[in-house]
Design a protein around this ligand. Structure first.
Ligand code: FBP
Length: 560
């Protein structure tokens, strides 16, 4: 083996050189958690901000926790007294998001050596099965500032049956747990509230931490963004920026880029603001304007034809993952499919496509059946795939970009056969979920961990940890989850859920995009922001959408 080969082989034992450096980077944290060079669980006081009273049904669903919480938002304040002897468990739930490891690091730091922190292996399933292990300082230091959820693993099990709740009670008993911290998205945090209610009699508290790259777990100014969104959108922006940079060089392709974000279009909007592509659809706008698939195609064709007249047979179109669900006619179809599939027995998922189609077709109205049959085969197949454990279509598997390309090709043949149209399609999703967290996500998540750890240590239950005023020092809160819960129809039944935060048509970020997009469509005003940066002039940036919507005067975060 040559010397270089030996060096390369020895490097396999540790992380990349960048990761080694990042692991040793300091993370900025709020002073209120710090005491004499170490961390201490905060105390909580009732905030002056008022929350809406609970609906009767919500109150009835969460009687124990709602009574204790009394509709009050809590604010973190420094505390003089230590907490000792507590046993807390942490788990990841749902899709990975950068910064999860720093949440664990924040919890570990604030609990200190006087308390025990357990990691739950492989998400909620691990909690049911009692698969816990004690996390020591070295394990946590090893993953500080690094991406992924691999310290613990994750899954999408929804804890909902009496047997599952009973199994979790057993885990609580076996490990003598005082608290469980669930790091998850809207569904997982709703689940955390149900768990909190079910465990009330055991004295074990349950706390949620807002995670999801989709950015749809936002609670106004109190919680401007979920963690992972910043890193994911910076990664996608680099990739989209690189493609944009390619287009006027090669001068021959239209690139259709589908961007992850199950439902809301926050990711697409953020990437558009960071890169300025020729076209970007915002699902919420499509729904608000009740746009049909044909209207979307016409909009693309108009831009393609007009650029072609300028000799520009190239460009980039951003498509939010969830677009298909927001086009009214397709939404109706998917909702009917969700309901019909929910009524099938377990054997349905093992049937082949034709058998599934034969079972489902008779349940559709004639207009929906016509629409379903008019879709390309690849789309039909994906629409009949197994739902996730929350009953949702797995939209990340639906090739919407292919649907648009095929329909644009057909329309161009009809209205402008002279236009040269060569397309490429991409889906950027999994590439952005596990990268090393941006500086913002590193610090943000460490602080969320400090808040969540403090809540669990102080026996508060049914709250979600939140941080506001991101560019102005940062303020730490605990929001009662029942106050975020609404009733919504999901896979055939009405359920209590945390409402997904969608892109608002009157938000500053959307309005800014709306005011600029026409210019971007005709010109080549794109920018290629490059990789997310850990040092240098733009390293401290928060998402553009967050800074615009919150009315910050700068793009930079600042935690004191
Ligand atoms: P979470 O809401 O659990 O954070 O997951 C978000 C997400 O990344 C979506 O954007 C995407 O639709 C989905 O996960 C993909 O899920 P899976 O990992 O199961 O393929």
């Amino acid at each position: 083996m040559s010397t270089l080969e030996q060096t390369l082989t020895s490097m396999e034992k540790s992380n990349a050189l960048l990761e080694n450096t990042l692991r040793n980077q300091n993370v900025s944290s709020l002073a209120l958690f710090q005491k004499e060079g170490t961390y201490q669980p905060a105390s909580f006081k009732t905030s002056e901000t008022l929350l809406n009273a609970l609906e009767d049904d919500v109150k009835k669903t969460f009687p124990s926790i709602a009574q204790k919480q009394a509709n009050q938002l809590l604010e973190c304040i420094p505390s003089q007294d230590q907490v000792t002897g507590k046993k807390i468990a942490v788990l990841f739930s749902g899709g990975p998001a950068s910064g999860g490891h720093n949440v664990v690091a924040g919890i570990k730091a604030v609990l200190g050596a006087a308390n025990t922190l357990y990691g739950v292996k492989a998400g909620p399933k691990g909690l049911i099965e009692g698969d816990l292990f004690e996390l020591n300082d070295d394990m946590v230091a090893e993953v500080l500032n690094l991406g992924g959820f691999d310290l613990l693993g994750s899954d999408r099990t929804k804890i909902k049956t009496p047997e599952q709740f009973e199994a979790v009670k057993n885990t609580v008993k076996t490990f003598n747990l005082d608290g469980i911290i669930v790091v998850g998205g809207d569904d997982s945090n709703t689940n955390a509230a149900f768990l909190a209610e079910n465990l009330a009699e055991t004295g074990c508290s349950v706390i949620g931490v807002p995670k999801t790259i989709d950015g749809d777990l936002q609670i106004g100014a109190l919680l401007p963004i979920s963690f992972g969104f910043d890193t994911a959108t910076k990664i996608y922006s680099e990739m989209v920026g690189n493609i944009l940079q390619d287009t006027p060089s090669s001068r021959k392709y239209w690139h259709f880029v589908k961007l992850m974000g199950r439902s809301a279009s926050h990711v697409a909007l953020e990437v558009a603001l960071q890169t300025r592509p020729q076209l970007c659809f915002i699902s919420e706008e499509v729904a608000a304007k009740k746009m049909s698939l044909n209207e979307i195609i016409s909009e693309c064709v108009d831009v393609i034809v007009s650029r072609s007249k300028q000799g520009k047979d190239y460009g980039v179109v951003l498509i939010p993952e969830g677009l298909i669900e927001f086009i009214p006619e397709l939404k109706g179809l998917m909702s009917q499919l969700n309901d019909s599939i929910a009524q099938q027995d377990d054997s349905f998922n093992s049937l082949d496509f034709d058998e599934k189609k034969a079972k489902i077709s008779p349940t559709l109205s004639s207009s929906l059946s016509q629409l379903f049959n008019s879709l390309p085969n690849a789309i039909q197949q994906q629409l009949l795939l197994e739902r996730d454990s929350h009953g949702n279509v797995q939209v990340s598997q639906i090739p919407t970009e292919l649907l648009l390309i095929e329909m644009i090709q057909n329309k161009l043949k009809e209205v402008a056969p002279e236009v040269k149209f060569s397309s490429n399609r991409h889906f950027f999703g999994y590439e952005g979920r596990c990268g090393a967290p941006s500086l913002f996500d590193s610090s943000y998540t460490f602080n969320l961990g400090l808040i969540a750890g403090s809540l669990a240590a102080r026996a508060k239950s049914g709250y979600i940890a939140a941080l506001s005023d991101l560019s102005d020092g940062g303020k730490a809160y605990a929001i009662p989850i029942p106050n975020l819960v609404v009733q919504e129809k999901r896979h055939g039944t009405t359920e209590m859920v945390i409402k997904k935060a969608l892109v608002e048509m009157d938000s500053k970020a959307f309005k800014y995009f709306q005011s600029r997009r026409k210019d971007w469509a005709g010109s080549d005003k794109f920018t290629s922001p490059g990789p997310r940066q850990f040092w240098g002039p733009v390293a401290n940036q928060v998402p553009f959408t967050v800074a615009l919507n919150q009315g910050y005067s700068s793009l930079n975060f600042d935690f004191k």
